[in-house]
Design a protein around this ligand. Sequence first.
Ligand SMILES: Nc1nc2c(ncn2[C@@H]2O[C@H](COP(=O)(O)OP(=O)(O)O)[C@@H](O)[C@H]2O)c(=O)[nH]1
Ligand SMILES: [Mg+2]
Length: 290
Amino acid sequence: MKAGFVNIFGKPNAGKSTLLNALMGEKMAIVSHKVQTTRHRIKAFLNKPGEYQIIFSDTPGIIEAKYKLHEKMMGAVKSALEDADLALLIMDLNDNFEECDAIFQSLKLKVPAILILNKIDIAGNGKIAEAEIYFKDKPYCKKIVKISALQKNHLQKLLTAILEELPEGVPFYDNEDLSDLPTRFFVSEIIREKIYELFGDEIPYQTAVMINEYKEKEGITKIQADIIVNRDSQKSIIIGERGNMIKKIGIASRADIEAFIQQKIFLELFVKVKPKWRDNDLKLKEFGYN
Ligand SMILES: Nc1nc2c(ncn2[C@@H]2O[C@H](COP(=O)(O)OP(=O)(O)O)[C@@H](O)[C@H]2O)c(=O)[nH]1
Ligand SMILES: [Mg+2]
């Protein structure tokens, strides 16, 4: 039996969350073409009873911290560096190689790593061969695997490579569990994802979602969530003309949440202004950024 922690690192937009979802065959982490969507370390367990338990961690993209929120995000990266048995270093083949190399070096990995060249489906001519030559002798690079996380290409090859590096051990978590995070976390992430989908560049980064009430009663789950923003003007944008935008968030969120928890829900959304929440330790804690 093999068991261990396999933690995914890379620049924003490299495809970390897409890869986690593809490996799990289940949507665990929200994905968007906007950078810095992932704010937490999200653990997901891939179980094959009697054979392996892989505890994957998706992490926020590696960035320079501008707000306390960013510091918390980089804290999540750090914690994932500490308990990894194996690191997956993922890069977009169209990204600058030197820049990716600098980031991977900066992690000062103490465990073996598999370098994942992602987005082969849209890689420029000759990029794959160029990357293989550039990275093959880097000290952190034990193996190179080329994939498309989006199109789910070569994932089996990647899984085999991971299992070769995974230590022997007994499962850390129950075989039935998919994650150590509570359902309400995933519910708040689904709502946050809709905000990334529905609004322009600025709004999603100013937004947090907090679940205040989560009650199951007679086949229906009642959920009340607050959408937190920085300013009154953002509140008006989220609500929209005669409430049309908040209604859209509600409809899209409800469909996905019901699919995720396999139960009917009653969803109530409020928008609240909390100035400068991204730089306030107490508020960050309140909204689940530890
Ligand atoms: N064409 C292509 N796009 C991808 C691939 N993997 C991820 N993406 C896209 O890249 C963007 C960022 O993906 P995401 O998983 O959120 O990146 P993260 O920031 O590293 O977690 C999204 O728009 C994905 O759909 C891939 O293999 N091919
Ligand atoms: Mg992500």
